[in-house]
Design a protein around this ligand. Structure first.
Ligand SMILES: *Cc1c(COP(=O)(O)O)cnc(C)c1O
Length: 396
């Protein structure tokens, strides 16, 4: 059996998204800035895609900026707010300890430039509260940036309430909604969101394309200088095929959202129940306030990397939740942020489902994880010490 269960890392493109892209590769391939017909046809298509993105976020098309993806959108939102703040001598930014690195590393860069960053602690359930945000806001705060849903443990933040706190305090509010877009209902107006990032490849669209929503009146700082594309805020010929694929995928995801969420929630809960049966295992993040497709567990006495390799041999693509990009052995900053100690954070597993997964696959995953965890534990010196009482269990 071949099972893809790493949809938080990226998704398979939908047929609709692919079909929406094809004509813009070999037929309507004109440059949208050109004045002749196939250029103007491409420009017209972009306008439609902008309208689609705006419709499902509840903003105006002028507030949609196409980017190369979630990372770029996060960078541009944060840098823009920081520059606006500096003009008024406001150089304090509030975020959380479990953001994506596109946010955390941008904040580190700003710290080196003299900005002050407060990273809020995350509760053990993986959720920050509006009260924490309210308490952290100072007269010199220029930005609050908090993710909509976490990419490792899937927990959903009270974004509407946090947005209201920020609006009341007159502080700009950005949310990295890369994991939420297409999977949760988003309304930037109702939720008082000033800036929002999303990425097409997390909802069955193409990789390398995304959106930065920025509320009218917010002056964006360019990360890329060039032509007058994107109202002069992002130079470079627009990736028309990818943008068309993104709009088609977003529309499809939003139109089927409730139906998919219902199906996914059932699969997720079945998977959580099954894996909870493994002794000395613990679910990471709130059991209910989490993305419909996200499951994340720690198993005592084993290494996440070995678990992934053995699951791969059984045909299952999963993740340990810690993107070991640099091959570093550091455990996930997200699991540390919710209070898991190093030893435990190392034994983590993230299974992120899509609506294409089935109940049969869920049963196979439960059985496979049970087998692999028990096999690895047999060889683990830590597990032996635990069994012999030379060491105390952390996960009961
Ligand atoms: C995937 C992801 C990103 C990065 O998006 P890219 O389009 O891959 O640059 C940012 N934030 C979160 C929460 C993500 O899951």
């Amino acid at each position: 059996m071949k099972i893809y269960a790493d949809n938080a890392a990226t998704t398979k493109m939908s047929r609709k998204a692919i079909d929406a892209m094809l004509p813009y590769m070999d037929k309507i391939y004109g440059n949208p800035s050109s004045l002749y017909t196939i250029g103007q046809e491409a420009a017209e298509a972009l306008m439609q895609a902008r309208g689609t993105m705006a419709k499902y976020l509840n903003c105006t098309p002028r507030e949609i900026l196409f980017t190369s993806g979630g990372s770029e959108a996060d960078n541009q939102a944060i840098i823009s707010a920081a520059r606006l703040g500096a003009k008024k001598d406001k150089k304090h930014i509030i975020s959380t300890a479990f953001e994506h690195h596109a946010v955390l590393h941008t904040l580190e860069k700003l710290e080196k430039e003299g900005y002050e960053v407060t990273l809020l602690d995350v509760h053990e359930n993986g959720i920050v509260t509006p009260e924490q945000v309210r308490d952290a806001i100072r007269p010199d705060t220029c930005l609050v940036t908090i993710m909509y849903a976490n990419n490792e443990i899937g927990t959903i933040q009270p974004i509407g309430e946090i947005g209201a706190v920020c609006r009341e305090a007159g502080v700009l509010f950005h949310t990295d909604a890369v994991q939420a877009a297409g999977h949760l209902p988003i309304d930037v107006e109702k939720e008082n969101i000033d800036m929002l990032s999303l990425s097409a490849h997390k909802f069955h669209g193409p990789k390398g394309t995304g959106v930065l929503y920025a509320k009218k009146g917010i002056l964006l700082t360019n990360l890329i200088e060039g032509g007058a594309q994107e109202r002069g805020k992002r130079g470079g010929t627009e990736n028309v095929p990818a943008i068309m694929g993104m709009a088609a995928a977003f529309e499809e995801a939003c139109q089927h959202r409730e139906e998919y969420a219902k199906k996914l929630t059932a699969l997720r809960d079945q998977l959580i129940e099954g894996l909870s049966g493994i002794p000395h295992s613990i679910l990471n993040g709130d059991a209910k306030k989490r993305l419909p497709g996200n499951v994340n567990f720690c198993f005592e006495g084993i290494e996440g990397e070995s678990l992934l390799l053995l699951l791969d041999e059984k045909g299952i693509s999963a993740s340990s939740g810690s993107a070991c990009t640099s091959g570093s052995l550091d455990p996930s900053h997200v699991l540390l942020a919710i209070g898991r100690i190093h030893d435990i954070a190392h034994g983590s597993l993230r299974l992120s489902l899509s609506e294409e997964n089935t109940e049969e696959e869920v049963r196979y995953m439960i059985k496979s994880v049970e087998e692999v965890v028990s096999y690895l534990r047999q060889m683990s010196p830590v597990w032996r010490d635990l069994q012999e009482g030379k060491r105390e269990y952390v996960i009961q």
